[in-house]
Every structure is written in structure tokens, then in C-alpha cells.
Design a protein around this ligand. Sequence first.
Ligand SMILES: [Ca+2]
Length: 312
Amino acid sequence: MRRFIIDCDTAEDDIMSFFMLVSRGFSVEGITVVEGNINFDQEVKNALWMSELAEKYTGRKYPVFPGMRRPIVKDYRTVENVHGNTGVGEYALTPTREKPQSKHAIDAIIELSEIYPGELEFLAISPLTNLALAWLKYPRIAGEIKKVYVMGGTIHGRGNITPSSEYNIWVDPEAAKIVFNAGFDITMVSWDLITDYVIEETEWEKIKSMKTEMAQLYVKIYSHYRNYAMSRQRMKGNPHPDVITTSVAINPDVAKEVREEYVIVDTSDGPSRGATFIDYLGITGNKPNAKVVYSINREKFLEEIFFTLGWK
Ligand SMILES: [Ca+2]
């Protein structure tokens, strides 16, 4: 049984990532919430809502642990323009029963990694504040958490929140720097990789024609993001940063080309704050700190997403 923590700034792509894990029958031991995409309390509400829906399907509980509401050092901003006011366009996802756990996400991460040493996989599809602070409090988790999948950064210097920086890393570069140098077994899926693998018109129409609840949910929660990406980000469809990272976690064959490299996170105050630089020639002499994904097997990625869309 594979066990996961999913760390969310709960917008549409986080929600679908969660359902991909659940639909594959993996044990999601905790949903931890961190500052990012939208208002933090709305992120928690969305997490509770998806937890309730998954419980309806599986009969299992998926506890939600609110974590850091802000980055470690500097301020940040939310991106409702990208994801809509509620993170899923303008829809309100309102939980009816579930309440957030009183335990802080940082303590939940530490406790779960102690309960399942060597087993837990951490899906870091949001800013890295929770994981960085959990490690600072209890560095042993670097050896106890089996794998960390990071959606973040760029490999070719093309950002989405500044010309050079990707949002998750830009929100809390200090946290990202801590995590990348903490000794975790990290797989990095970057923003300027995933922009090559969007849901194009053919797939979008196919999903729209599907009668499953998951497919209907997909169309509902991605429509806003799809419009934004196609009108403002020069894309041919909606991108899947979190979902591609999750697909790589679920099935390593989704990642076609992977290199072990040293990733530098820029915490300076200039225009490259939050950028990632890959030491692709080994110039610094530092040992690799991440497995960096350079290409994706598109068919296998689509298989993963359509599996979940056909699940319920
Ligand atoms: Ca996310």
C-alpha cells in the first residue's frame, strides 16, 4: 500500500491530483494546506470539500491539516486571476460536514513520517513552506519520507509569475532553498516542462462528452483556468502542473527523460527572485539534489488522467 501526504494550495489542479491518488487506491494519510493560489481559508474549504467527496466514494476519511498561512520571510500574493476567486472558477465548493484538524500541518507531517518511516511519499504541489518548516523542526524527516515530488521551478528559465520564476517557488523561495538542500529524495517537475503537455481541443471535447461525475467535475473546475491559459499564457489548452507531477509520482514511466542535477534556488531580491537554476554541467561541484524531469510520455500521462476521469 503506497501512502501519501498531499500538500495543497487547493485550486482545480490540486483537487484533481488528490482524486488521482484516491482513484488508484493509494492511502492519502493527510491533506496539508499551505499559502498559495487563493485565500487560505478558501483553500481549506476546498480541501474539506474534496475530502468529503472522496469519502462518499471510498468510505475512508481524509483528514485536512491547515498549515502555514504565509511564507517564511517575505510577503506573497494570491492568483485569483488565474484560478478564479474560489480556485475553481467562480463555483463555491462548500463542505457540509468535515472540519479541519486542530493539529498543525507541520506537526502532522512530522508525526506521519514517524508512524510510517520509509513509506510516506510527499506530493509537494504548492509552495514549500510546510515541508521546510517541518524539516527545520525535525530534520530526521529527510530520511524518513521516502520521496518528495516537487511541482515547481523552471528548467529553461521561463516563469509564470515573473519572467524567470515559477509561482510555487516564487511564493517562498527561502522554503524551497531549505527543502532542496535538506537531503530529501526529490523529483522536480518544472513549469516550463509541463506547458508542452496541455489538454488540447480533442481531449477537452472527449472529456466533455463523458458522463462520469469525475469528468463533469473536471469540466466545471477547469473551465476558468483553461480560458486563462489559452488567452494569457499562449497555450493550446489547460496545463496540468500538479496533475503531471502526480502522474509522475503514480507511474514513474510518465517521466521520459530524467537527470540527477543540482538545483539552485535564487533567494536574492532582484528580478530572478524565486527562479531555479540547474547546474547542468556540474560547474558548482555540488552533488545533485534532485531528479529533474526533462520530458514526459504524453500518452502515459493521458492514461493516468483518463483513468481517474473514468473512475466514478
Ligand atoms: Ca498546487
